[in-house]
Design a binder for this molecule. Structure first.
Ligand code: ADP
Ligand code: MG
Length: 447
């Protein structure tokens, strides 16, 4: 019984056990087996070269004629191990270091196929999912005890054995006019061009910009029905958007859940809140996640129920900002400090998390960028006083050795702005627009 052997292994570990002891008496003795991997058959490779440093273990099931330990190719799960002398309490500096470390390993050039990462010191354990280039928590950082270890490891194993196909992404900023809708539509379009199956959700029924920019009719109650009645599947609200892309002579298609008219009639937020819970969309998207590579949600610019639906449903939140609009930057920070943690507390699976912000749709000069960097530095200082490390969300390339303050930009481009009137995403009609959004997709999502 793996659970009993896990309990015994954990029980025998001394309080301050160093990494070598945790390794021998916990990981090798029972954890690897409890996760479903067989050391004896060569499914476990210690000290694996990720291409970005050595991780303690890489593991994968063998396939016919391919013993993992022999070929050392295509790892599936990486495990970064610490001793009990290294705290993995969420929020501690050593925890943050371990998270950065497992992310770096998962993104290593030899780990393209890796989908999961674990950090553990036998006191805590956390599972991370990698969806191409995006790494996000798949569980919170869980405390392990002799009593719960069977359940905790079974939970982790279940997730590893049934990876969810779709990455769910909400495009959000509490400020209007920063390019949320434009980003959602064009990102969907380029991901489709790049061979991905995409579902787009218009979660802004008051503006309906996404639905109208694609020339689709509003939903007549189907979304409302699905979100308020457990017996109705959200699938009934899906409308296809397709276009024959002349340059390639091929049809491209993505699915859309349009904005629902019925929500506009229900202007009363109190009444709406009785029918909709912040997790209504998240629960309803669950059954669609095996059919898409990406589910992209366009959110409204506030923190009321429809933004909450969008953010609660997300694995990751992408925030367009404007370098010359302090509100858009401060609002992004506010979402990271308050709204996203609120959703995390409700979901209890470590999600959603914020992706690094980008600048959208404005012409920039080097001196303007410098001014924006200074404004952000002040926002980061204030956040630090409040106990938040927002550096990775604003300056993802900044390290102690390389003080790189680069922020990704989607430039201002007239054909992007005019596309909404033609009912066709700019990326389908215009090479420059396409290049901008392919670059965005590569920066954030694609390996
Ligand atoms: N990269 C860009 N270049 C030029 N115009 C843009 C760009 N991105 C967005 N826009 C324009 O800015 C305006 C606001 O964008 P929108 O996506 O509607 O913002 P939001 O959804 O955040 O309110 C729209 O008129 C849109 O066409
Ligand atoms: Mg919008």
């Amino acid at each position: 019984m793996p659970s009993a052997s896990l309990q015994v292994a954990l029980h025998d570990l001394p309080d301050g056990a160093l990494e070598a002891v945790v390794d021998l008496n916990f990981v090798q003795r029972s954890l690897l087996e409890a996760l479903g991997f067989d050391t004896g058959k060569g499914e476990v490779c210690p000290q694996y070269d990720t291409g970005s440093g050595d991780v303690d273990y890489a593991v994968r099931k063998n396939s016919p004629n391919d013993i993992f330990l022999r070929t050392q190719s295509n790892p599936y799960l990486l495990i970064e191990l610490k001793g009990r002398d290294v705290s993995l309490s969420e929020g501690s500096a050593s925890y943050r270091r371990a998270v950065r470390q497992i992310k770096r390993y998962l993104l290593g050039s030899h780990c393209k196929t890796a989908q999961w990462g674990i950090i553990t010191n036998s006191v805590h354990i956390q599972l991370f999912r990698k969806h191409r280039k995006v790494v996000h928590p798949a569980t919170p950082c869980l405390a392990i005890t002799v009593e719960n270890i069977g359940q905790v490891i079974a939970l982790v194993r279940d997730k590893i054995e049934q990876p969810v196909r779709a990455l769910t992404l909400s495009v959000y900023n509490n400020k209007g006019g920063v390019g949320k809708t434009t980003t959602t539509v064009n990102l969907a379009a380029v991901l489709t061009l790049l061979g991905q199956e995409v579902l787009v959700v218009d979660c802004d029924p008051n503006q309906q910009d996404l639905t109208s920019s694609l020339g689709l009719p509003l939903s007549e109650g189907a979304v409302f029905q699905a979100l308020t009645d457990r017996n109705v599947n959200l699938r009934t609200a899906i409308k296809p958007f397709s276009i024959t892309y002349k340059a390639l002579g091929k049809e491209f298609k993505f699915d859309v859940i349009p904005a629902d008219k019925k929500f506009i009639d229900s202007v009363d937020e109190v009444q709406l809140r009785q029918q909709l819970k912040p997790d209504s969309l998240q629960r309803n998207l669950e059954s669609l996640k095996s059919e898409y590579d990406y589910i992209l949600i366009d959110a409204p610019p506030n923190w009321r129920i429809f933004s909450q639906l969008a953010v609660y449903a997300a694995d990751v939140v992408l925030m367009p900002t404007k370098h010359n609009n302090l509100f858009s930057l401060e609002n992004a920070a506010l979402a990271m400090k308050e709204f996203i943690p609120e959703a995390q507390r409700a979901r209890e699976d470590g999600r959603p998390v914020a992706l690094p912000v980008f600048f959208n749709g404005e012409r920039t000069t080097p001196s303007q960028i410098e001014a924006a960097q200074l404004a952000i530095t002040n926002i980061l200082k204030q956040a630090k006083k409040d106990g938040f490390d927002l550096m990775p969300h604003f300056f993802p390339r900044y390290t102690t050795t390389q003080k790189d303050l680069h922020i990704f930009e989607v430039p201002s481009y007239a054909n992007i702005a005019s596309a909404a009137f033609s009912r066709i995403p700019a990326t389908y009609r215009d090479k420059t627009a396409r290049d901008y959004y392919v670059a965005l997709a590569k920066e954030y999502f694609l390996q």
